[in-house]
Write a protein of this length. Sequence first.
Length: 147
Amino acid sequence: MLKNILKGKVVIVGIGNVLKGDDGFGPALVGRLLGKTKALCIDAGTAPENYTGKIVKAEPDTILLVDAAHLDLPPGRYQVLKPDEILKSGFTTHDMSPRMFMEFVGSQTHAAIYMLGVQPERMAFGDEMSDTLKKTLDEITEELGNA
C-alpha cells in the first residue's frame, strides 16, 4: 500500500515528541528506516517547519510525513492522507497544522505529499511507546524497508 505512493525521489519526515509515548512514532520510524531505504529520512521532531529548506533542497518527487494523529480509529491503525483530507487544526499534537505545512512545502517543491497518520494509544509525558504502536512500527518498517 505505502510503496505504491512512494515514487521517484522520496523524502520521509518523521514528526513527533519521543518523550510522549506514541507521539514519537514518526521519529522512531525514521530511525528504523535509516540505511534500509533510498529515501531521505528526516527526524523533524515537533518542528517540521525547521526542515523546510532541507526538504526543498532534496528536490523530491514524493514527500511522506509520518505522525501520530487523532483519526478516530483503534490504536495502531493508520491512514494515508492527502493535504485536502486533513483539517487545518486539531488533527495532530503539534503547534503547526500539518495541512498548512504540506501546502507550503508542496508550493515549494511541487512534490506529491502525503501524511501517514497513526492513531496513538497513549501520549502522556514520560510514557514509552505502547506495544500496539510498536507492532505497527514493525509492520510499516517492513513495508518501507528497501523502498
